[in-house]
Design a protein around this ligand. Sequence first.
Ligand SMILES: C[S@@+](CC[C@H](N)C(=O)[O-])C[C@H]1O[C@@H](n2cnc3c(N)ncnc32)[C@H](O)[C@@H]1O
Length: 242
Amino acid sequence: MTDTADPFFEAYHRDEIAYGETPAPGVQSIIDLSRPTDSGPLRALDLGAGAGRDSIALAKAGYTVTAVDLSEMGLERINQRASAAGVGPMVSTQAEDVRNFQFETESYDAVIATTVLDHIPAADAIIVWQKIVRSLTGHGLLAVEVHSSEDPGSDLPPGCNSEAPKSETASAVVNYFQPNQLAQWASESAANLRILRYEERLEWDYTHGPEHLHGKVSLLAIRQGNSPQWYGQPSLFPRRKR
Ligand SMILES: C[S@@+](CC[C@H](N)C(=O)[O-])C[C@H]1O[C@@H](n2cnc3c(N)ncnc32)[C@H](O)[C@@H]1O
């Protein structure tokens, strides 16, 4: 079955749902860093939520999650998976373009954008980024991933010169990030963020279609002024058990 309007339809429709169930590394870090509050459940916003690997993990960790995506098939999968995991009431899905989403200011304890800012043109991505950072609470955590210009699907060098296999959904990525670009966005004083982890890397993807290479950038940040108990991930030098 196909849906020509949705480049992700097939990837989310198949039995082995694309991207698997393991949350993105930054989302796992957010879960590890999250502390319950007295003021009700923590709120998360998952932009470009796909089939929900990040949304479901956050809901299992006690977050109420708003999952936004253009793919109706992806959102259907999220609802199925949330019900199967017993967290259906914790997850609400919204079929919407992230560029039109009505962000609430200073409202989300966690915002996730795992490869969506690279699926919209650069001029739109910076506007959505600014809305994202304004939507974080005073202790809010942010996990962002984007494809880099090292990805074999990139129209920019060095990725465009790569002979490595590219993703079955590479044509949906329209905005490959340059080295340091996301770090620069996060470092601007207007972003009011503190970077906990930033990485630019190559990785192989076995979670959908024929295996392929990715150039990726990932950012984990927290609202400026916070000092969470963060020992890195993996925790290389945690306190020894006594
Ligand atoms: C590479 S997938 C990542 C899915 C999910 N975040 C994950 O990591 O498992 C990108 C997702 O972004 C969604 N997407 C692309 N452009 C979008 C837009 N303008 N607004 C909302 N979602 C969008 C796609 O439908 C797709 O589900």
